[in-house]
Design a binder for this molecule. Sequence first.
Ligand SMILES: [Zn+2]
Length: 194
Amino acid sequence: MKDEGLKSGDFVIPGDVLGVGEVFMPGEGTYEDEGIIYSNVAGVVDLDMNKRKASVEAKSNVPPVLVEGDPVICEIVDLRSQMALVDLIAKCGHEDRSLTMSPKGRIYISQASKHYVTNLQNEFRIGDLVRARVRDGRKSPVELSTIGDDMGVILALCTKCRTSMKKKDGKVECPKCGSIESRNMSQDYGKGNL
Ligand SMILES: [Zn+2]
């Protein structure tokens, strides 16, 4: 979660606070809830001071060259028991760059965790933001792995109400509806790191 000092050009993820409704109108890629404007997408902030409008331009592209070992941020878009399909959003360290390709990626169950996994639906959910490492960037979809302490879910959305969930006792808990779910979390889950 970004706090104060947010400016145009900053990279935000869904649920990041952009401002208050008294100052800005909610524009594209945002939503307002109880007077606070949040980002609805992963992308680059545009705070228009003249029109008093806050919007976020979604970034759904990654650099054209993805090399084995590159860390990337992706969003889970489809989920089977044995395989997760993702949209690649950004290459870590290049989040603010406008990119030319929009590859899909996939994570096989054997590459999800160093622990034995029986069903990927216990590890990820659709809409989650995940940090993953490229295994093979020449394949389409790009082959990814989330094995490693700093890999895995960095932002989980509640499956019931789509609220950003908080880490609690090795699980994630929804602050709005109280639902508790399991995730294959990165160790820095909830710190707002990309
Ligand atoms: Zn919820």
